[in-house]
Design a binder for this molecule. Structure first.
Ligand code: DGP
Length: 119
C-alpha cells in the first residue's frame, strides 16, 4: 500500500532520487538530505504507515525489520562498537515532518542525552 502524495512512497517507487544504502523485501534505507551526523540514514518500510500511531496488528515484522536494517547499516558504516542512535518521531510535537514512519540512524559523532537543551 502506498500513498500518492507521500514523499517517501515516491522514493520507494523510484519516482524521486535518494542515496539508497540498504534494501530488503520490506524495508529500504537512504541518506537523510539534511544530515545531523556524519552518518544519518532514514530507514523506512516500503509499506505506507503514516505515524507510530498507525502501526497495526500484522505490522510487527515490518517494524522489527527496521531495527534489523539499523543493525546492519551500523555495522556496514563502522558504527556498531562506538555506538549510534536510532529514533522515530511521532507527530508534530516530536518533530515529525514526513508522515511515513522512518527510523533515523545517527552515528559518527558523540551525542548528548537527553536530546533536548536543558531548561
Ligand atoms: P522527521 O522530522 O523525523 O519527520 O524526519 C524527516 C527527515 O526526512 C528529515 O531529517 C529530512 C529528511 N528528508 C525530507 N525530505 C527528504 C528527501 O526528499 N530526501 C531525503 N533523502 N531526506 C529527506
Amino acid at each position: 500500500m502506498s500513498s500518492a502524495d507521500c514523499l517517501f512512497c515516491k522514493i520507494v517507487a523510484g519516482e524521486l532520487p535518494a542515496e539508497i544504502i540498504y534494501e530488503s523485501e520490506s524495508v529500504i534505507a537512504f541518506r537523510d538530505i539534511n544530515a545531523k551526523a556524519p552518518t544519518h540514514a532514514l530507514i523506512i518500510p516500503r509499506q505506507h504507515i503514516a505515524t507510530i500511531n498507525d502501526i497495526g496488528e500484522g505490522d510487527e515484522a515490518t517494524v522489527g525489520h527496521l531495527y534489523m536494517a539499523a543493525k546492519a547499516i551500523a555495522a556496514e558504516e563502522g558504527l556498531a562498537d562506538d555506538g549510534y542512535r536510532v529514533v522515530m518521531n511521532c507527530n508534530e510535537a516530536a518533530g515529525q515532518t514526513v508522515f511515513h514512519i522512518h527510523l533515523h540512524l545517527l552515528g559518527g559523532r558523540t551525542m548528548g542525552w537527553p536530546p533536548w537543551p536543558p531548561g
